[in-house]
Design a binder for this molecule. Sequence first.
Ligand SMILES: Nc1ncnc2c1ncn2[C@@H]1O[C@H](COP(=O)(O)OP(=O)(O)OP(=O)(O)O)[C@@H](O)[C@H]1O
Ligand SMILES: [Mg+2]
Length: 429
Amino acid sequence: MTFSALGLAEPLLKALEAAQFTIPTPIQQQAIPAVLEGSDMLGVAQTGTGKTAAFALPMLQHLSADKKTAQPRRPRALILAPTRELALQIDQSIRVFAKFLNIRAGVVIGGVGQHGQVKALNRGLDVLTACPGRLLDLMNQGCVALDDVEYLVLDEADRMLDMGFVRDVKKIVAKTREDRLTQFFSATMTREVEALAADMLYEPIRIQVTPGTVPVERIEQSVIFVEGSRKRGLLNEMLNDDAMSRVIVFTRTKHGANRLAQQLEKDGVPSDALHGNKSQSAREKALARFKRGQARVLVATDIAARGIDVDGVSHVVNFDVPMEPEAYVHRIGRTARKGAEGVAVTFCGPDEYAKLSDIERLLKRPLVDPANDPRPQRGGGKPTGEGKPGGGKGRRNRGRGKGGPGQGAAGGKPGAGQGGRRRGPPRAA
Ligand SMILES: Nc1ncnc2c1ncn2[C@@H]1O[C@H](COP(=O)(O)OP(=O)(O)OP(=O)(O)O)[C@@H](O)[C@H]1O
Ligand SMILES: [Mg+2]
């Protein structure tokens, strides 16, 4: 299977070749033809399997085929993302894919002055990648209007529709064109979120590459039961192993991330922290240092859990068990991307048993060998033991391509693409 077989146009194929994308991943194989046909898309595929290109490529092809020019302050396509770093990363990808197209791309994110963003919007942007807060702010100031948005993407869609974001996202989506083409993507999806999403998608094709919520199989997962006070010592010991060459350590709190990064640095391990209390420039600098290999360890809160793509992360350490079980899947998905191997170790203190059990429920499998499980009513191991790592592991006739709709594992509705495109009524999930 090649990208040209998916119906992508020459300029995109050229850009893919330049970026050394040769074989489309399963989500790309399934989603791209369906979106080229004009269908809305709900795509669920594991971390690191190329969802960005899956939504960006067909969107760029539509934009360039439409032969319209972006008017000042009126972007034609909008991609929403939950964090600034992810928005910047998606924008970078758009620029790579659009290299041989006449497409202008830009970002709107908080934490930096708005002047440059307003200037870019004034020149006219085809593709705007944004975080909801700053976007709403600029909309309210009259710096941007979404009346021309024909293509909408929610990356990390389940996060964008959870309590923290859903109000803002709904406000934003309501301002876009009703006949838009909409794509929702994530590595995790819940029934509740899908019910919400049904309102914003029109007869979507639903593609789920793997059934259920599953981390990438190649990640060697383990849990170590350890008292909170001993976690740092344990991490230090582990870092004696040179195999831990590029490590992301996730902590629950910003303060915890800061403190741990400073302590590691003092202990001679080049480390940096990434969390929401840092200035945006410090955040970007920390991530860049880590990407370049100048920091061996990045200590981060969950702002780095979703979507962030750093090559060759060897290990993910959950210094604290994540509060949200889905975050576990995203956090450990920072390793073992695009076919690589990876290791994920979770430190679990006695006060974190319930959260660990939540994760196992989500994954529908145990992460701990029952013989070494100190949790009550489990294996009956000793509560203080540092258990051995267990587990193991439309609508407006958008149809431009040929061929049938997506062949998603979970199927989807064929035939979207005919007739006037209108947002369907809310549907049950
Ligand atoms: N077909 C391909 N050939 C080669 N590399 C690819 C291909 N598709 C994607 N990649 C690369 O794989 C990496 C992961 O892609 P991407 O970030 O889009 O994954 P994702 O599915 O969005 O993951 P996450 O759920 O963590 O957001 C990126 O570095 C991307 O450039
Ligand atoms: Mg992604």
